[in-house]
Design a protein around this ligand. Sequence first.
Ligand code: GLN
Length: 483
Amino acid sequence: QNYIQNIDQKNDEINAVISYDKEEALNKANVIQQRIDDGTAGKLAGMVVGIKDLICEKNKKATCASNILANFESVYDSTAVKRLKEDDAILLGRLNMDEFAMGSSNENTIYGPARNPVDPSKVPGGSSGGSAAAVAADFCTTSLGSDTGGSIRQPASYCGVVGLKPTYGRVSRYGLIAYASSFDCIGPLTHSVNDAALMLETLAGYDKNDNTTSSRTVPDYQQFATNPESNIRIGVPEEYFGEGLDDEIREGIQQRLSDLEESGAELVPIHLPHMKYGIATYYILATAEASSNLARYDGIRYGHRADIKEVEADLKQEEEAIKEQMKLAEGEEKVKLGAQLDNMDSSLIRLYKKSRTEGFGAEVKRRIMLGTYVLSAGYYDAYYAKAQKVRRLIKQDFTEAFNDVDVIVSPTAPTTAFDVGAEIDSPVQMYLNDVYTISANLAGICGISLPAGTHSNGLPYGLQFMANTFEEGKLFNAARLVE
Ligand code: GLN
């Protein structure tokens, strides 16, 4: 009831929740109260969870904040949602996001921008902006987001909450609508490190419906959060503290690091020399994967379908116009027009085009075009194949670094949250928000962002720890030392 009240009071302004069912949530709460009284409740009993609108929930819309899926309702639960339900979480609603998880500000959305609860003139970050804002505004206890290049950690940093990107393959992607399949990860946004550990215990583990999930046992993650060891080795990569980073954020993080050192941690200067290629590599590979994943939305098999009558009328009109011209034309001109007539797109091709034109927003179209380009014959080797090699080098940098340190520390984002509208017209500027988070996705390792301080502009900023694959325990340990 508390969360519902908050939503009713503040969601008009924050716009984090795009739909929710009060009655269903309250009924569920009653059922779970009963189980708590009986002593049969699951480990998430009492937790109210909001879900990013690209993670499928049975009989609920999953629109990806896109017109192309505006009417799509899932007929099944994603594995993540299924596990939350099994552990007695109360699922409260569907959360705003950047369309198909493409963006860093939650402005690429058919629902209008979500806003930062700390200061609603600012963006909440993205693409899981609604998920971060909903937790920060106390619309739910925790939420699920997805992180392909930073989309859980960067909004967590902007909104002053904790955001965890697990190791690739730790949490099932079954029922997560795909953006870039070799990067996509589901993870929680929470108020505390312990809640993140608790959520991961429920979410993690092998799933026969997702081949890329690992069968490693799921540790008792909360143990790492409750009894953190303070004598850990923390790698400090020079490359993450250089040009482009806000001075106050740099100083704030350095202060946190000195505190850690005083309490027994060892700070180890390290290098991640290929980090500087992270953004370029990501935007080649992720767009390539997106162009393939999003090919299924053709208006026939999936997604919004344009009006076939309009398509046919347009086709007829164009045909007739050419025929008219042909009556007056002669010789070569006439032959050209004849060829034009023969080569006109069929109504089916036109239907695909019109459906996709109407269905996708500008950023999604930009990425489909970029991705198609880097995969096309003649460019594949120069871009896609090259980027795969650089991805390997970035991964190697981390593998070498983790031979010597437990975790690596960095800022989560170079700045605090920016004004709504400030970067929406400069895609490359927008891409730079992910400069510190993107490498973890390229390498498949895990990372966590947690609140590290408040800037003199009044906005929160985060600090990120990264750990090697399947070392989430080390993240929780390190994070608890700062929390
Ligand atoms: N902001 C990055 C992008 O636009 C990352 C998105 C994500 O992690 N889903 O692609």
